[in-house]
Design a protein around this ligand. Sequence first.
Ligand code: GYE
Length: 339
Amino acid sequence: MKAKSVIGALATVAMLAFAAGCGSDDDGSTASGGGGGGGGGLPKVEKKDTYKVGFAQTESNNPWRLAQTASMKEEAEKKGWQLVYTDAAGDTTKQVADVESMIAQQVDAIFLAPREEKPLVPAVKKAKAAGIPVILLDRNVDQSLAKAGEDYVTFIGSDFIEEGQRAAEWLIKETKGKAKIIELEGTTGSSPANDRKKGFHDAIANESGMEVVASQDGDFARDKGRQVAETLLQANPDATAIYAHNDEMAIGAIAALKAAGKKPGKDVVIVSVDGSKDALQAIIDGDLGATVECNPRFGPKAYETLEKYAAGETIPPKIINPDKFFDSSNAEQEIANAY
Ligand code: GYE
């Protein structure tokens, strides 16, 4: 072991001992806000009829993000709350500045969709220091750097590991356990990209016929997904499947396959995550095999969680959205509800 890694290992042991001393566990501790509670010294929120809250969105370049923003705005309007909305436009540094500006505007609470797991941690801690509780929406922060119930109230979102597992299980069944897979990854350093990768790879680990032949970042974006798929298909002409971490990249990959003269759904089967309207249409058209739902409609649950926190109720460290699954058996009937 090199000197550096010995120091690293010692630091990790010290951090674990410290965390154990604080009585936290992997999932973080529970939080309770207003009314006399007080999980891990988190800032409290006064119980009021109306709140001024911030929502720091990460980008707006796909239907999932637009549906999430619409849900947050509509629900705030319904409740008569004031919403300070920012869009980081895919720029992590801007998102940090957006959170800082919300702190300066003294919002009652901040809802944050952290673009990447690590760089938003200092902003979360700054908000806490300024007496403003943070609720994480849809993406998580690095759990070794910040914890629910201590640094932020809770994480509301999907179980991304399970999403990756479900995508893998469908693909194993569909290909009878034999596939050469191209993986289109979400934004590097984001929790859904990390966890959807882990869930998928763990699920195929014992399947000798399932092989990931190439894997690259497509930034959760349609055109980037198309470009990356084009390059990876050229390098791996024998690929028989594509696993995309979201629908937008899957739709980009469908375009790349068609441009290369291949039939999506026949020559190459595709599975992804989200459940957008375009994805369900692609299933109906036979281009996309299946998509695991990741529900973007956060508004009601987000604000209800803040109200419960203000009322002093105990908030669990994670609030997991149940996700459906879409394939050719239900895409027709589900498309009307899709975003
Ligand atoms: O799958 C993707 C979006 O963080 C869960 O981010 C979210 C993901 C979603 O851009 O489409």
